[in-house]
Design a protein around this ligand. Structure first.
Ligand code: UFG
Length: 333
């Protein structure tokens, strides 16, 4: 099967493309490299540095490589950033996504797997969150994902598009080769790990780790998230590709079903790295819901998916190993 992966040089894309290639899929990657890295793309994939809303590039790729299905990962993904620059998020995540869908329709490509997000739910009414629960996003980022899911449904009705939308909870961890390298880094686990690494290397003059809010309605006052290994996310995409034509449901949560607070993740990372890390309590970050934990029953039942790396310590350990082996991320200094 010939695949186009948008955003294939990003964190999740890099691990997914590596796994797809191991399974024998032919992979073409488009990535703007705004947040992705050329070095994060498996050398066996065909790489195009470009924009997934670039119609002429899409036409060329669809024609030249006889693409059978698209995995659409490319997006701006920061909840907090989207609350100060909504237009940037909505234009990128929606307008370009529509260009992609239209070019797929013109080229007769009927299959797409889309990266949605737990942020479509906003402040959930109950935990764990079920796919049928209300969608009330608390950020323009979450809104962009919710609207794109609705657009997919219309393309299904009108053009017969077959799609799966995965609502990722908190992607984390790394494969041996590919991991998380954002500039600036805003995510929890790599931010704690970065400090642990510096302290281990004898650098004492570091900015303490900031915990964004300890006054949430949770057991220790810090936000609770469902951390899911990036390899397990990748595995779900491969199952979706295999079963796309015969699925009853189109929308699936991808999470472990267990929640950990920011403080618990912090303490676990201290234990794994063997480092005491200075921290401060900061104010809440805009757009952050208190608790996001998935019910993953639907994806387990319908796709036969199960996590291989469910344990938080193993997830953090894989990210720590990646840091030790790639201290500068994808920048080779
Ligand atoms: N946090 C801190 N300090 C930091 C970084 C994060 O306290 O330095 C806290 C955040 O406030 C939040 C939690 O750690 O409570 C997790 O934050 P992340 O930035 O790691 O992840 P988010 O939950 O904000 O968002 C991630 C993805 C989104 C996706 C969401 C789904 O970035 O794209 O998970 O749950 F929508």
């Amino acid at each position: 099967m010939n695949l186009l992966i948008t955003g294939g040089a990003g964190y999740i894309g890099s691990v997914l493309v590596e796994d797809l290639i191991k399974k024998g899929y032919f992979c073409v990657v488009i990535d703007s490299l705004e947040t992705g890295h050329k070095r994060a793309v498996d050398p066996k994939a065909i790489f195009f540095h470009g924009d997934y809303g670039d119609i002429s590039l899409l036409k060329k790729i669809f024609l030249e490589f006889k693409i059978d299905a698209v995995i659409h990962l490319a997006a701006y993904t920061l909840v907090s950033e989207s609350t100060v620059d909504p237009g940037r998020y909505l234009k990128n995540n929606l307008a370009k996504g529509i260009m992609l869908l239209d070019e797929m329709v013109k080229a007769g490509i009927k299959k797409i797997v889309f990266s949605s997000s737990a942020s479509v739910y906003g402040e959930p009414k109950r935990i764990p969150i079920d796919e049928e629960d209300p969608l009330v996003p608390t950020s323009p980022y979450g809104l962009s994902k919710k609207l794109f899911e609705e657009i997919l449904e219309w393309y299904k009705k009108i053009y017969g598009l077959k799609y799966v939308s995965f609502r990722y909870f908190n992607a984390s961890g790394a494969s041996a080769k590919y991991g998380e390298d954002h500039h600036p880094e805003t995510h929890l686990i790599p931010n704690i790990i970065e400090r642990a690494y510096k302290i281990k290397k004898g650098i004492r003059d570091i900015e303490p780790f900031h915990i964004y809010g300890n006054d949430y309605n949770t057991h220790d006052g810090t936000c609770i998230r469902d951390y899911i290994h990036v390899k397990d996310i990748s595995k779900a995409h491969i199952l979706a590709l295999k079963n796309l034509s015969k699925l009853k449901y189109k929308i699936f949560n991808l999470g472990n079903g267990s929640g950990y607070s920011v403080m618990e993740v912090f303490k676990t990372t201290e234990r794994i790295t063997g480092v005491n890390i200075p921290f401060v309590i900061d104010k809440r970050r805009p757009g952050d819901p208190a608790i996001l934990v998935a019910s993953a029953n639907r994806v387990k039942k319908e796709l036969g998916w199960k996590t291989d790396i469910p344990d938080l310590s193993d997830i953090i350990n894989s990210a720590w190993k990646w840091k030790l082996n790639h201290p500068n991320g994808y920048n080779v200094l």
